[in-house]
Ligand binder design. Structure first.
Ligand SMILES: Nc1ncnc2c1ncn2[C@@H]1O[C@H](COP(=O)(O)OP(=O)(O)OP(=O)(O)O)[C@@H](O)[C@H]1O
Ligand SMILES: [Mg+2]
Length: 473
């Protein structure tokens, strides 16, 4: 049996068409789950280094050995000088503090190497992972281990060392979770899938990043027990879903704005044809998480001293970018926030504690969503400091979203100039399409088209399910 899978940056979902009816896979009570995974074991994180009594003893032993070695070299240099037996050996004694610092660095390096070995072994233990909102809850409750938020947004990035295997492992287990859940629900083994893909993956390597992402997803799907996978562009998939709902034919422009990417397709939908005719697809690798980041930098990070202290701004980016493992590690490992003036230094140090950047990111996203329907919103950041509040108004969001909205508008203008025929409708889907500011930009660029609001969460998965067709039970 074949199913459609929307492996989204923020949420994942799956479904099939059974006896002509669309059936979505249920994950507990929900039709989608957050694309987030929690691993009880910690991956190596240099900031976790602690000088335990055992390591302290190692440092002392190394200092003693270096001191003895230094004394031997000094004695030899003195003997040679006294005996005038050849050229004098220049000898500069290292201070006790220097010897200790060197020893500490060595012990720390050995510790990190051991941690790396442990992490490599833990790749094989990914099945202990927890997914979805439960992942975030488990991480916050245990305050240990590792949380991977939005693995899809990393598929197109340069991956070093064990990172590639870890990422494939995460995608594999998410896809396996979907396959097993679907097989149980439909009562037959699910062995094939149509996977959604953005037109442009988020990438640090241009087009090569997109190719890598497809390669990693294919590998993960195979490992998850799918014998065959095909890919369909997400906006083309949404066109499939819309097509099934329409009796008469129309030209539509699908606009799918998710957490990581913005995707557009022009298609003829509706009528008797089995499938829509897709005329073109375009996209940019920006979406809701970019708006979250901008809102965080504008309204939340100033509470931690951004714009009020000399703390370099990249530390605030590191703290806000919860989907970027390396940036998060860099933020947590940073020492020296104690020098930042009060109360910002204390707040930054609290923000470094496990789970707090994720809590903050949730509050930022909630603020963005709340500001879609109300003029103001207040987030209570009690976990940072009792009574600390971030007050946001609509203008913070529109200004924060400004860079994204300009890129989105430019994309729409470019697409409009490429169309041989203007669309009758613009079909909006993806979580971000709920934002009124998004609808305004669409209406500005396509004033003559009627806006159709599809199911923002399930437009793409419905289309993928329709495209997958279900096959034989
Ligand atoms: N009411 C709302 N107003 C603004 N944004 C919203 C609203 N509801 C959800 N979002 C945002 O929509 C995004 C998630 O949308 P969606 O579930 O379509 O993404 P995805 O499919 O996981 O990502 P992608 O398609 O980019 O891989 C998140 O950034 C979320 O904050
Ligand atoms: Mg999506």
């Amino acid at each position: 049996m074949r199913i459609g899978i929307d492996f989204g940056t923020s949420y994942s979902a799956a479904g099939a068409v059974i006896d002509g009816q669309l059936e979505l896979v249920r994950f507990g009570d929900a039709q989608q789950f957050r694309t987030t995974a929690y691993f009880p074991q910690a991956l190596p994180d240099a900031s976790r280094f602690e000088l335990t009594p055992a390591l302290e003893a190692e440092v002392d032993a190394l200092v003693r050995a270096s001191r003895a070695e230094q004394a031997r070299v000094a004695a030899r240099a003195r003997e040679r000088a006294e005996a005038s037996a050849g050229p004098a050996i220049p000898f500069v004694a290292r201070s006790e503090a220097q010897l200790r610092r060197d020893a500490l660095l060595l012990v720390r390096r050995h510790w990190l190497e051991a941690e790396m070995t442990r992490a490599r072994q833990s790749v094989a233990e990914l099945q202990n992972a927890v997914y979805g909102d439960a992942a975030i809850e488990a991480y916050l409750a245990e305050g240990d281990g590792h949380l991977v938020v939005s693995p899809k947004s990393m598929l197109g990035y340069k991956l070093h060392g064990a990172a590639r295997d870890v990422l494939v492992g995460i995608a594999l287990h998410i896809l396996e979770h979907i396959r097993v859940t679907a097989s149980e629900q439909f009562g037959v083994p699910v062995r094939e899938a149509v996977l959604g893909r953005p037109v442009e993956f988020r990438s640090s390597m241009g087009a090569a990043g997109g190719e890598q992402a497809i390669e990693l997803l294919t590998e993960a799907a195979r490992g998850a027990g799918f014998d065959r996978v095909t890919f369909l562009e997400e906006p083309a998939a949404a066109a499939f879903g819309y097509h099934r709902e329409l009796r008469s034919t129309q030209r539509t422009l699908v606009v799918d704005i998710g957490g990581g990417t913005t995707d557009i397709a022009a298609a003829d939908v509706g009528g008797e044809a089995d499938a829509p005719r897709v005329h073109g697809a375009w996209g940019i690798a920006q979406g809701g998480t970019d708006v979250d980041l901008a809102l965080s930098m504008r309204r939340f990070m100033p509470l931690f001293g951004k714009d009020h202290t000399r703390t370099p701004v990249h530390h605030y980016y590191e703290a806000a970018a919860v989907h970027d493992l390396q940036r998060q590690q860099a933020f947590r490992a940073r020492v020296g926030f104690g020098d930042v003036p009060s109360p910002f230094g204390e707040r930054l140090i609290t923000l470094q504690e496990p789970g707090n950047t994720v809590r903050l990111q949730r509050d930022v996203e909630d603020a963005k969503i709340a500001l879609s329907t109300q003029p103001q919103h207040e987030a209570l950041l009690d976990y940072i400091e009792p009574g600390l509040r971030a007050a946001c108004v609509g203008e913070d969001l529109t200004r924060g979203a400004d860079a994204y909205l300009r890129a989105f508008s430019a994309l729409l203008v470019d697409v409009r100039s490429r169309l041989d025929r203007l669309p009758d409708t613009v079909f909006l889907t993806g979580g971000m399409s709920r934002g009124p500011y998004i609808r305004r930009v669409v209406a500005d660029v396509f004033p003559e088209a009627e806006a159709v609001h599809g199911n923002a969460s399930l437009g793409v998965v419905s289309g993928l399910a329709a495209a997958a067709g279900g096959g034989d039970r």
